[in-house]
Write a protein that binds this ligand. Structure first.
Ligand SMILES: *Cc1c(COP(=O)(O)O)cnc(C)c1O
Length: 425
């Protein structure tokens, strides 16, 4: 009986892989260990093979050969050139996106811009599901400004999502800014972005979305949704490489009045005049601060090309199919073993990762990594987070992942590990 059920689930994975129109993209990534089940592409995407060649070219042709002349020939324009390419992916207009700094730093710049544009309002709304760095940035901006801004965090009783009613009720004439990360990093909850943006605007507030876990895997249409500000990582589903700089978006019609902080020479309209006073550039470049990390910046481009070639629509379709298939595995194999679901069941409310919870979640994660050659990640207190990166994750990988989660609990191999947390996890 049990064997027949498992056989059926495995057959289904094989069939879905055979029918997958994106299956060929996996070959475009470095996969040195075929037996590794890598379920953490939502934290650090795999390396596109084209990135290796591209970096080699930048090193040899630009750095080694052209030396400082490369700034004028290519590097100076790279943050906006690559920003424009990323803009295509998120439905923004040319000139609305620039690549710079980290997501945390870009958030700070845009929080400071937004609060200045709504100077008479003192409330900021976010939620308890937000990524901590986003909340630290808000706290830091509030302290820097010293004007008595308040941060209201909407609660999530189920630790999965928030209610739209709570959001509506929190909005008031004092709301300056609403800012959320979506999908949320633990549960993968995808907020109703368009509706929340509209509601915030009706209340006279500005919105700042952190799309770190959305970009490259969830279709976004920033111009159509009239989003004011946005940021996001490029090293997750975009596969831009470890620490690749983030993107920053400011709606075109806000750019004249919006200014980030701190100001730096790269945001000056004529950096090489070396003026003693800051005059912001007229374009999105005003949000740049210092010299960009050229090597990390250039690895974003071949990675973006892959995502654009596949198309976010097709990526999303596969991501949803993978989520639905994984839930089937969850219900059949994992639910009976004490695992519970830490993510929404409704695919419209879910991004591209699913968290399964278990009281022994930390030790299970250790056993998976050490004994099963499976890399998920662990998020406190008990979430085993599994990311589906449709450009290289196969349905077969999901089947194998569920089997490993089953095995480690059935055989209690997690008993061999301690509860003590590693510094990086
Ligand atoms: C990954 C992530 C970050 C990381 O920010 P860095 O500044 O790149 O370290 C920030 N916010 C969210 C929502 C994330 O998922």
């Amino acid at each position: 009986m049990v064997d027949a059920m498992i056989r059926t689930l495995q057959d289904k994975a094989e069939r879905l892989d055979r029918q997958d129109p994106l299956a060929g993209f996996r070959e475009r990534f470095a996969v040195p260990d075929e037996s590794l089940l890598y379920m953490d592409g939502n934290s650090l995407g795999r390396m596109p093979l084209a990135s290796r060649e591209h970096v080699q070219r930048v090193l040899d042709d630009q750095w080694a050969d052209r030396l400082i002349r490369s700034w004028g020939e290519d590097w100076y324009q790279a943050p906006t050139r690559i920003g424009n390419k990323l803009a295509e992916l998120i439905g923004a207009r040319p000139g609305e996106v620039v690549i710079s700094d980290s997501t945390s730093v870009n958030l700070y710049k845009l929080v400071m811009s937004a609060l200045a544009l709504r100077g008479d309002r003192l409330e900021i709304i976010s939620d308890q599901l937000n990524f901590p760095t986003d909340l630290y940035v808000l706290q830091s901006a509030v302290q820097t400004l010293g004007k008595g801004h308040r941060i209201t965090l909407l609660e999530s009783p189920d630790q999965i999502g928030i209610s739209l009613d709570d959001f509506r009720q929190a909005l008031s004439e004092d709301t300056a800014l609403v800012t959320f990360s979506t999908p949320t990093f633990k549960s993968g909850f995808l907020h109703p972005i368009r509706e929340m943006t509209r509601m915030a605007h009706e209340a006279g507030a500005l919105v700042l979305w952190d799309f770190s876990h959305a970009v490259g895997v969830v279709p976004l249409d920033l111009a159509e949704w009239e989003i004011d500000f946005a940021v996001g990582c490029t090293y997750k589903y975009l596969n831009g490489g470890p620490g690749s700089p983030a993107f920053l978006y400011v709606r075109g019609d806000l750019q004249d009045d919006a200014l980030g902080h701190p100001w730096g020479w790269w945001g000056h309209t004529k950096p090489f005049d070396f003026d003693l006073e800051f005059t912001p550039d007229e374009s999105i470049r005003r949000f740049l601060v210092g010299t960009p990390p050229v090597l990390s910046l250039t690895t974003i481009e071949p990675a973006l090309d892959l995502v654009l070639e596949a198309g976010v629509g097709a990526i999303r379709a596969k991501s949803v199919a993978q989520g639905e298939y994984f839930l089937e595995l969850f219900d059949s194999l994992l639910d009976p073993l004490g695992y519970s679901l830490g993510s929404p069941r409704n695919p419209d409310q879910r991004g591209s990762h699913i968290s399964v919870r278990h009281p022994e979640g930390y030790r299970i994660t250790q056993a998976l990594i050490q004994e099963e050659n499976l890399i998920p990640d662990f998020r406190e207190p008990d979430n085993i987070r599994l990311g589906f990166a449709p450009l290289y994750t196969r349905f077969e990988d999901l089947f194998e992942t569920a089997r490993c989660l089953q095995k480690v609990v059935e055989e209690e191999s997690y008993q061999g590990y301690g509860e003590e947390r590693a510094t990086v996890r």
